[in-house]
Design a protein. Structure first.
Length: 299
């Protein structure tokens, strides 16, 4: 997974990735709930569903020691394990200090002495691991789950029926009280007419809308996985530095902000490709730049 750093571009990227910790360290406080990062989606039928991340240990789970060898690595937050068959998105936990981070899981390409879990430099920083010192890690695959939202119960609106809440039928007013009420109502109507004739005060300008978070580009491609994912980053500056380095060599990436289980992360993706040939060309090019763990994704 570590790179040879033969290209000047990769020297720049490695230095940027290794140096962003002091300026933009990702805070790993306690998550608000076990199932964070919920997103409400409206289906084609009009029903609303909540989409959220859930742990999928049946897909992959490992509780073993992991090791960062101390060298900087590309691709953001990832771990590698020899039992992996396909790349996965996972949650990685350090059992010693409770730190956890969302990242990618890859197959370990070669066997080395020591722990079977290989840890990237970005992942080691987020997990609080020291170079060359094994740590007890738990790695669990994540899957997106959709749960339909039950419609809210319909509550009768008393105001729409012309009744005050809790109002019941009352006895008729006596003639004197009815006359007094009619006079009061007429006077109130006159005051309302005078008030409506006065010019209305100018409405306060609406506050400016907050900028929307970056979203993945819309895809009209017929490919089931038209994007190439470069990496997952827990520090936005690292993702932006990686994207900037790719743009200097003609690759146009998108940095997508996402949230899962109460934690932010940023994905760097390229695409969508319209043909399998275009997609293969993108993957080959980014791997030549040192991002050997890039892979195809649906979005």
């Amino acid at each position: 997974m570590s790179k040879s750093w033969k290209m000047p571009l990769l020297f720049v990227v490695a230095a940027a990735l290794a140096g962003c910790d002091e300026n933009g360290e990702f805070l790993l406080g306690s998550a608000p709930s076990s199932e964070g990062g919920e997103e409400v989606i409206t289906t084609e039928t009009g029903a609303q569903v909540v989409e959220r991340d859930v742990e999928a240990p049946e897909v992959f789970q490992a509780a073993e020691t992991g090791l960062w060898d101390g060298r900087p690595s590309l691709g953001g937050v990832w771990v590698a394990h020899p039992d992996v068959t396909e790349p996965e998105r996972v949650i990685i936990r350090n059992a010693a200090n409770g730190n956890e981070v969302i990242g990618a899981l890859f197959r370990r390409e070669r066997e080395n002495p020591g722990p079977r879990i290989q840890v990237s430099s970005d992942a080691a920083i987020e997990l609080g691991m020291l170079a060359g010192q094994p740590a007890a890690l738990e790695v669990i695959a994540l899957r997106r789950e959709q749960v339909e939202i039950a419609p809210a119960p319909v509550v009768a609106d008393a105001a729409a029926e012309g009744l005050a809440p809790g109002e019941i039928s009352s006895e008729p007013l006596d003639p004197i009280a009815a006359a007094a009420a009619a006079i009061d109502e007429a006077e109130a109507g006159t005051a309302a007419t005078v008030a409506s004739a006065a010019p209305a005060p100018a409405a306060a300008p609406a506050p400016a809308a907050a900028p929307a978070a970056a979203a993945a580009p819309a895809s009209t491609s017929s490919l089931s996985e038209p994007f190439v994912q470069i990496g997952i980053f827990s520090v936005e500056a690292n993702a932006n530095n990686t994207a900037a380095s790719l743009r200097t060599v003609g690759v146009v990436p998108t940095v997508v902000r996402q949230e899962s289980r109460g934690k932010e992360f940023w994905r760097v993706i390229v695409g969508p490709a319209t043909t399998s040939q275009e997609r293969a060309s993108i993957l080959a090019k980014v791997k030549e730049l040192g991002f050997t763990d890039a892979y195809y994704v649906a979005n």
